[in-house]
Ligand binder design. Sequence first.
Ligand code: SAM
Length: 232
Amino acid sequence: MGRTRQAGHATLRSVETGPHSATRGRPATSGDVATTAADRRVFVRRWLRRPARVGAIAPSSPALARAICSSLPENGHPTVVELGPGTGVFTGEIQRRLGGRGRHLAIEVDATFAALLRGRFDGAEIVEDDASRLPDILATRGVGRVDHVVCGLPWAILPDASQTRLLEATAAALNPRGSFATFAYLHATPMTAARRFRRLLEASFEEVIAGRTVWGNCPPALVLHAFRPRRG
Ligand SMILES: C[S@@+](CC[C@H](N)C(=O)[O-])C[C@H]1O[C@@H](n2cnc3c(N)ncnc32)[C@H](O)[C@@H]1O
């Protein structure tokens, strides 16, 4: 089982602000949609209805969206899968980075969020479904292995079996050189479920790199980048 590496400066540049970064010298337009009061209201209402599924009372910040999407390449036509898009902060950043290239499937289990996303993002295929059904979702759309998975699922509150099922499905869906990015709230990192997730992540990928903490997110969050999936 591997260990998470804390990114040193050189690694950080290559993962979060390096040559693949689309944020350098460009305006940060992503995520602004999700900072509206209307989106916050939708988010709180969905959280009140299904707290254990939504897992947060507010959408992530644009800064977290930029950090989590930093491993998406500027070139080529990658297939990107997004898990748990919510009101679409990460969706907007993925779309901005792809700039019409490749394919972007966003899998959201909540019908209200899925409807909102469909009205907002023409370039992404919004799939209203459970992310643990990823293999079937991809197979029915004729998608083979995918290049990148960007994940907003609330790992720290998911039970053991769900964490395992979702990570297995993710690792199996990725091509051997694919990448996986997710985030963890800083205050939750000592929690049992969060630590269990970290161990599972390290068992599922050859390399896991903890990026910088995004202090501007509420609450502050840490991005985890994982590379080279291991298959069971
Ligand atoms: C913590 S919110 C993150 C939303 C958004 N990515 C953000 O950062 O603002 C978690 C999201 O995952 C969705 N979700 C939870 N379990 C899911 C599952 N099994 N399959 C797909 N989506 C799921 C929730 O409905 C919610 O939209």
